[in-house]
Design a protein around this ligand. Structure first.
Ligand code: GTP
Ligand code: MG
Length: 197
């Protein structure tokens, strides 16, 4: 798929204040600093679209972007940011739960997992939670340039094995690196397929 236009629309805390749910929507979530905003920029081919930062906790709201005037990309604030207070965490949880469960045009949530690490409880919990809510999702293992291919494969396998303990069917997964522009075609191909359905 060719990206012709990408534009920022709006940021807000409430799913029902998001843009009219009249176009297919794809959201990106995962641990704070895992690379959500960077991945969105790579997909859209627009480095200035979503704000990225070396400091975790940069994205705090539900951010909508319109791609090719035809579908939405959504940048969500990450979880597991240590400097958030308990009440900020509760607000985040409510915001995310409402959004993923009630947003009627949401086609898929890309859950990002850092490919450098062995399975982390926080990521597994989030994946299992979305599974229980029956929210459609796929996995994206990010920052693949930061370790060897063997290490990435080992971590991906281990993560999927942990999911196998709870689920009969495993989600589709992608491996990405914004530094190497890796995984872009696969994700865009997936979105293209979904949009055509
Ligand atoms: P929050 O909004 O704070 O939750 O973070 P985020 O998940 O949006 O992460 P962001 O895209 O801002 O990236 C965090 C840091 O990781 C930045 O310094 C990025 O440049 C870096 N980064 C993201 N993806 C990659 C990647 O594939 N490879 C490398 N080497 N660095 C990456
Ligand atoms: Mg971000």
């Amino acid at each position: 798929m060719l990206i012709k236009t990408s534009e920022y629309l709006i940021s807000n805390e409430f799913y029902d204040k998001c843009p009219k749910p009249n176009l297919p929507e794809y959201a990106f979530i995962g641990r704070s600093n895992v690379g959500k905003s960077s991945l969105i920029n790579m997909i859209a081919n627009n480095e200035k679209l979503a704000k990225t930062s070396g400091t975790p906790g940069k994205t705090t709201l539900i951010n909508h972007f319109l791609i090719n005037k035809d579908w939405y990309l959504v940048d969500l604030p990450g979880y597991g940011y240590a400097k958030r207070s308990m009440s900020q965490r509760k607000t985040w949880e409510k915001m995310i739960e409402n959004y993923v469960r009630k947003r009627e045009n949401l086609i898929n949530v890309f859950i990002l997992v850092d490919s450098r690490h062995s399975p982390q409880a926080l990521d597994l919990e989030f994946v299992n939670q979305l599974g229980e809510w029956q929210v459609p999702f796929t996995l994206v293992f990010t920052k693949a340039d930061k370790s060897t291919q063997a290490e990435v494969s080992k971590n991906v396998k281990a993560f999927l094995n942990r999911l196998r303990e709870n689920w009969e069917f495993l989600p589709q997964h992608f491996v990405t690196s914004t530094a190497k522009r890796m995984g872009r075609d696969a994700i865009l191909g997936f979105i293209d397929e979904q949009n055509a359905m």
